[in-house]
Design a protein. Structure first.
Length: 270
């Protein structure tokens, strides 16, 4: 907004005004926002370029001639951007420090705009209802400064909570990744153990078949063992009988020898 010339051009549509004897233009919107741009260098600035103050002043004074009620005002210098929300010079509307608070609840005892002393201190320009928002616009009184600090503090807390939540999510994802790796390792171990169990079962099946074969062979050998035992017992009986016959024959031969020999001290037959 170009200082006190705003009242003469605030109803004009958005337009561009060339600054004479320069490559600079003034862009003025229908909301009163203005800036300067150079068509050659493509540079855009919010303040009047150095050395063009007098030319811009004359140009704006020429814009004011159409208004018969325009007072003659001596402008010391061009003013900076002006906010359409608080009507203060030095910042744009998007950078305004005024905050919107939610409307008071029907059953709430304390109003959102603060105490009566603070409300009385507010001018109509500083405390107005926004036409497009349901909240109430407040100036930066003590109550609203406190509300703004609470909003900023709440935003910081929410940012910290989001950061902490993101860190926790990353930690959880890391844990899930580690658990998945552990599960994959355990699955591999389980598969290996299953292979070992299958090999052991195969060996046990082989042992079982061999045992069954041994049992069949043992059943087949039992009659042969019985026959061999019976023959052995018969042979032993025959041997014992032969021994007894031999002993009896020996005893009889000894008796005959004794009977045939002379008693001791008797003359011999020769």
């Amino acid at each position: 907004i170009l200082g006190q010339h705003l009242w003469a051009i605030e109803l004009m549509m958005s337009k561009e005004i060339k600054i004479p004897e320069s490559d600079w233009f003034i862009k003025i919107t229908n909301t009163g926002r203005q800036w300067f741009f150079n068509v050659e260098t493509k540079v855009t600035v919010a303040q009047c370029p150095a050395g063009l103050e007098s030319a811009v002043e004359a140009l704006l004074c020429a814009q004011c001639e159409d208004n018969v009620n325009a007072p003659v005002v001596a402008h010391d210098q061009l003013q900076g951007p002006k906010c359409t929300r608080c009507n203060e010079v030095g910042h744009f509307t998007k950078d305004c420090r005024l905050v919107y608070l939610p409307p008071p609840k029907p059953n709430r005892e304390e109003p959102d705009i603060g105490d009566e002393e603070d409300s009385d201190a507010l001018s109509p320009r500083q405390s107005v209802a926004h036409p497009k928002k349901k909240g109430v616009l407040h100036s930066l009184g003590p109550t609203n400064l406190k509300a703004q600090s609470e909003v900023e503090g709440k935003g910081k807390v929410e940012d910290e909570e989001m950061t902490n939540g993101y860190k926790q999510l990353q930690a959880s994802n890391q844990q899930v990744t580690e658990l998945e790796a552990q599960l994959a390792s355990k699955d591999a171990t389980i598969e290996e153990m299953r292979g070992q169990i299958a090999a052991i079962k195969s060996e046990m099946d082989n042992y079982s078949r061999a045992l069954q074969q041994y049992q069949v062979e043992e059943e087949g050998l039992k009659p042969q063992l019985q026959n061999a035992l019976w023959r052995h017992q018969e042979d032993m009986r025959q041997v014992q009988m032969k021994v007894q016959v031999w002993k009896k024959a020996k005893a009889e031969a000894e008796e005959r020898r004794k009977a045939a020999s002379p008693p001791p001290g008797a003359p011999s037959a020769s």
